[in-house]
Ligand binder design. Structure first.
Ligand code: MTE
Length: 374
């Protein structure tokens, strides 16, 4: 699967593939080319024949459905959305010390990508099934086999546990016009690595809820009992660790938070004196309205320009925003920082400490970067 990716792709694990592009490449284009799009997989990629593939829709519905890909493409209007997917573990490396590396994917800031997705509106498909009044959550189940990971994790390995990766979203989000059953990515059929033939696409939510290789959608009164919803992708207070954790008590992650990242200059790069372009991305559950940059560790700030570089795409409330500014810094060592706010007034904490959690999710404090100007 690594052969499907660009030569500079940062491979954290090869089987299953977990990796993403270097930050200068990530910042190079508003739409992330598929060969540079990050991949997050908990298990090997399942082999699915698009010709025999069926999606089951069941649970609290008047008419259970079994749909082929052709049914979906023929019976429901096709929609396109420019949507940024971000993994809940993005920036995890900033909270790990050396001893902790290897416990989960040690993401830098590359667990994110922005693509043009094509698919049917989930709301249209659910309307055909007819949700019953008790339906409050939509559970999605993938065709991958996560048994190996479940054996080494917190999961109860009883027969009840689903093998596939799954998760759920509130029914209101399932019915929202932005939520898709996606079969296309960047103008081509959805590649197997990214969930082809069919994945859920939940804009503004953590990437984990965009379940790949969809097998089944179930409406119910309660959230999914799947391991990746009931125990994983949860945030715990700083005092909780692997020894005292009660998995079900964690805060289940859904809607994204504000995050902003410095992509240029690339990490570790030394800058020449003179005008210096600082650039990066920002994303949240709502459009980003302000990005500020500091060159003195957060003592003083200046507004960055939010660029219009959308490659001709109409503005999408579900896409990241690119920002940049030019600084004139004297020779010496500087501490760059970035912070952002979204249209709902959400911002970022200054420090990691209050948001530190042992699983390394929702890392979104001001990003700090040491820079040497020669
Ligand atoms: N769906 C299945 N079936 N299996 C998975 O391992 N990973 C999830 C989500 N959907 C996953 C999945 C996570 S954690 C993320 S961040 C996104 O897919 C990543 O999507 P991508 O690999 O297309 O970038």
């Amino acid at each position: 699967m690594t052969d499907k990716k660009d030569g500079r792709f940062i491979v954290h694990t090869a089987e299953p593939l977990n990796g993403g592009p270097p930050l200068d490449q990530l910042r190079a284009s508003f739409l992330t080319p598929t060969e540079r799009f990050f991949a997050r997989n908990h298990a090997p990629i399942p082999e699915i024949d698009p010709a025999t593939f069926r999606l089951a829709i069941d649970g609290a519905v008047k008419r259970p459905l079994l749909l082929s890909l052709a049914d979906l493409q023929r019976d429901f209007p096709s929609h396109e959305r420019v949507v940024t997917l971000q993994c809940a573990g993005n920036r995890r490396a900033e909270m790990l010390d050396e001893g902790q590396r290897g416990q989960s994917v040690p993401w830098g800031s590359e667990a994110i990508g922005n693509a043009r997705w094509q698919g049917a509106r989930l709301a249209d498909v659910l309307a055909a099934a007819g949700p019953l009044p008790e339906a409050a959550h939509l559970s999605a189940l993938g065709l991958d086999d996560c048994t190996a990971e479940l054996k080494t994790s917190s999961a109860e390995t009883d027969d009840e546990q689903e093998k596939g990766f799954g998760g759920s979203i509130p029914l209101a989000k399932a019915l929202a016009p932005e939520t898709l059953l996606a079969y296309g990515m960047n103008g081509a059929p959805l590649p197997a690595l990214h969930g082809g033939p069919l994945r859920l696409l939940v804009p503004g939510y953590i990437g984990a809820r965009s379940v790949k290789w969809l097998a089944r959608l179930t409406l119910a009164a309660t959230p999914s009992a799947n391991h990746y919803q009931a125990r994983s992708y949860r945030v715990f207070p700083p005092a909780v660790n692997a020894r005292n954790v009660v998995w079900e008590e964690g805060e289940s992650l859904g809607p994204l938070w504000v995050n902003s990242v410095i992509c240029l200059p690339a990490p570790g790069q030394t800058a020449p004196a003179g005008p210096l372009r600082i650039a990066g991305y920002a994303q949240s559950r709502a459009p980003i309205v302000t990005v500020e940059v500091s060159a003195d560790g957060g003592q003083s700030w200046r507004a960055a320009a939010l660029t219009e570089a959308t490659q001709g795409e109409p503005p999408s409330p579900w896409a990241w925003c690119f920002w940049e500014t030019t600084l004139h810094l004297p020779p010496g060592e500087h501490e760059l920082c970035v912070r952002a706010w979204d249209a709902e007034g959400n911002g970022q904490p200054a420090d990691l400490a209050p948001t530190w959690n042992f699983k390394g999710y929702r890392i979104h404090h001001w990003q700090r970067r040491r820079l040497i100007v020669e």
